[in-house]
Each structure stands twice: as structure tokens, then as C-alpha cells.
Design a binder for this molecule. Structure first.
Ligand code: URA
Length: 233
């Protein structure tokens, strides 16, 4: 059983305070009856809730697409440094969200946050190989030899062997890389093995889901469950 105000703020974009106000004003019904007590308990799996006459869809899990800015840690919590979860509003933070897959502190771009452990597990499982695309800005242009080294599955400086990856040359010192695994600092280490330094790295997509270009750095939006699952397409 869950409190109505908590339920409403978790299932809509209303803050907890706005959810409480909406309930007190009689804008919310539970099973067809207007409820003005924010502390009223309901069973989320079976209750029918409306806000201003519109059904509130119940989502067991939350999926959030974030455009990560540089300088933010890609973990749930850190005592000293701001994290991707700190960028979200309080009512979402209380759901125990975590990033499904990491980016380095200085890497920008697409991060998925969820409270669905199976989803994250499925996405990161080596067997699934959800491909991840990055735009890398290098200190000097890459060339065909670099692309071939990526394609052939290179060995890193410490002896680790990488799966074949894709490297497309782009304008100037840019290259678009697609990885099928997630080793520590992998893009940077692969370019380092080819004599290039990655100056900027930006994640463009994960599987079939691209970063929403309308999201400025630090902005995020809720994904529908259907959109979130396009990662696996
Ligand atoms: N590869 C890296 O080197 N850094 C990232 O953040 C992601 C992939």
C-alpha cells in the first residue's frame, strides 16, 4: 500500500508538494471517488486514479533519459561530487534510481536512469551487446589505419583484447565510434593505442535509442516503457 501523494508524484511530473495541493483541491479520484486526503493509502497495482479527469497510468518502473554535462559523476550518490541522480527532482530521487551503465566524469551525453534492475542488467549483459555510439573529438584526425585497428579488435596497452568496434571518420578531428562492450575508459584507451588523445567524448545513442537532441546538457525527460525498450532493438 502506498500514500496517494507519493503515488501521484511518482507517476506524474508533479512534485510532491503540487501533488498534495492537487489532492486537497479535489482534483484527484481513486476508484471513482474524489479523495482529499494526501495520506490516503492505495494499492498501486489495482487502484484506478485520475487527475483532472484523466487516468493516471501506473508505471512500476521509471526510465529517464538524461543529457549528462561534463563534471558530473555517473553514479547514484557521492559524498563530495554532484551525481547524475542529483540532477533529478526530489520526487524521482526517492525511487532509488541509478544509471544503467557508466560514463566518465568528463564524458557528456546520453545516460539512462532507472529503478528497474532487470532492465539495467539486460542492457549491460555481455551476451546482449547493446551497441553504444560515441562522438570522439581527438587531438589529431583519425585515419583509415585507426578505423582498421578498431575493426580488427585491438589489444590495449595492458594486454586486454577488445571486441571489433566501428570507427567512422567525421569532420576535422571527430570520429564516431560504436562499441559492443563496456571496458573501463574504453574509447579513450582504444584511441590511445592508436596514438590519439580523446579531447572530448559524447555518447550519442544506446542500442535503438538516440539521445534526444532537444535536451540541453543537464536536462532530462521521462521515457515511456515502450521507448525505453527500444534500446534492445
Ligand atoms: N569510453 C570512455 O573512454 N569513456 C566513457 O565515458 C565511455 C566510453
Amino acid at each position: 500500500m502506498e500514500r496517494l501523494d507519493k503515488y501521484l508524484s511518482a507517476q506524474t511530473t508533479l512534485s510532491r508538494r503540487d501533488a498534495t495541493a492537487a489532492i486537497r483541491r479535489g482534483r484527484v479520484t481513486v476508484n471513482g471517488i474524489a479523495v482529499r486526503d494526501p495520506a490516503q493509502k492505495l494499492d498501486p497495482a489495482i487502484a484506478t486514479v485520475t487527475l483532472d479527469g484523466q487516468a493516471v497510468a501506473y508505471h512500476r518502473y521509471v526510465y529517464i533519459l538524461l543529457n549528462k554535462p561534463a563534471g558530473i559523476l555517473c553514479v547514484s550518490r557521492d559524498p563530495k561530487t554532484e551525481t547524475v541522480v542529483d540532477l533529478l527532482p526530489d520526487e524521482w530521487r526517492t525511487r532509488g534510481l541509478f544509471p544503467a551503465g557508466r560514463l566518465d566524469k568528463d564524458t557528456t551525453g546520453m545516460v539512462l536512469l532507472t529503478d528497474d534492475g532487470d532492465y539495467a542488467h539486460r542492457m549491460l549483459a555481455p551476451k546482449k551487446h547493446v551497441p553504444k555510439r560515441y562522438l570522439a573529438t581527438l587531438d589529431a584526425p583519425a585515419d583509415q589505419a585507426v578505423c582498421d585497428a578498431f575493426k580488427n579488435g585491438m589489444t590495449l596497452a595492458n594486454g586486454e583484447v577488445c571486441l571489433p568496434a566501428d570507427c567512422e571518420l567525421a569532420e576535422g578531428c571527430n570520429a564516431v565510434v560504436t562499441l559492443h562492450e563496456g571496458k573501463y575508459h574504453q574509447v579513450k584507451r582504444m584511441f590511445a593505442a592508436c596514438g590519439r588523445h580523446v579531447e572530448r567524448l559524447h555518447r550519442l545513442s544506446m542500442g535503438g535509442l538516440p539521445l534526444d537532441e532537444s535536451l540541453a546538457p543537464g536536462e532530462y525527460r521521462l521515457l515511456t516503457e515502450e521507448e525505453a525498450m527500444t534500446v534492445f532493438l
